[in-house]
Design a protein around this ligand. Structure first.
Ligand code: ZN
Length: 256
């Protein structure tokens, strides 16, 4: 059965279908992730919409048991600054893929939609896309069923200590309890401190965050460990980012 729904939507990806048609996966605010069928896309008024990461208000026909349809759209946003920068684009693509992976089909999650859109808005505005990506990764962990406590020692519950992380206890250890896990992570204490902040950060606070490259590398490594250990995702856009890091290092050397 088709139901007329007006909703914000963000294009996750598209793929060609038959000769001239296209299937477009969209994260909608009101109806969750849906696959839309766009007929004769190249001559369609929907052509500007189907590019990944486009956001618009959609007039849709939502089908509960198959492909859905788009009648029209308005207020389109295409993130030109993200699209023209391969680094930004690869991080934005990864964040969208993460949102996609964290949500079951047809499951509405307006909070996730708003969070993803805001993250892309801030990347477009020029805020640090690596830090924005880390914050998104940390906050979306709970949607994969992962709750980690970076706030208080798992043994004595003290807060505000130079913590280290223990995968054995799935939480942080204070200096008095480091010895409880001889295979603790030996992190820079700023890493669990920042992840604790990221779990509850407000977007208004983001502009005040500025991290050194070495701190960003430490965060990247540890968040990768968290995802490897607790989530076990292997998203293609993430592999691309990992390969870009090597390119980035090369480019920087060239510029110096
Ligand atoms: Zn303790």
């Amino acid at each position: 059965m088709l139901e007329a729904v007006e909703t914000r939507g963000l294009v996750l990806f598209n793929r060609d279908f038959r000769e001239q048609d296209m299937l477009v996966k969209i994260l909608t605010e009101q109806a969750g992730k849906r696959m839309f069928f766009v007929k004769r896309v190249r001559s369609s008024h929907l052509l500007p919409l189907v590019q990944p990461l486009s956001v618009a208000t959609l007039m849709t026909k939502i089908n509960d048991s198959g492909l859905s349809y788009i009648d029209d759209y308005q207020d389109i946003k295409t993130y030109p600054k993200i699209q023209e920068d391969i680094f930004k684009l690869s991080y934005a693509t990864y964040v969208a893929a993460l949102a996609d992976a964290s949500l079951d089909d047809n499951q509405a999650d307006p909070a996730l939609f708003a969070f993803l859109e805001k993250t892309l808005d801030l990347m477009e505005e020029g805020l640090d896309y690596e830090v924005l990506t880390n914050i998104f990764e940390v906050q979306v962990l709970s949607r994969f069923g992962v709750g980690i406590n970076m706030h208080e020692c798992v043994f004595c519950h003290r807060v505000g200590q130079p913590f280290d992380y223990s995968f054995r206890y799935s939480g942080v250890l204070c200096p008095q309890h480091y010895h409880e896990d001889e295979r603790r992570s030996h992190l820079d204490p700023n890493v669990p401190y920042l992840i604790d902040r990221f779990q509850a950060i407000q977007f208004s606070e983001l502009e005040s965050i500025s991290l050194s490259d070495s701190m960003k590398r430490k965060l990247r490594l540890f968040i990768d460990q968290l995802y490897d250990d607790y989530v076990g995702l292997h998203l293609k856009p993430k592999k691309f980012i990992d390969s870009l890091q090597d390119w980035g290092a090369l480019l920087q050397k060239h510029e110096e």
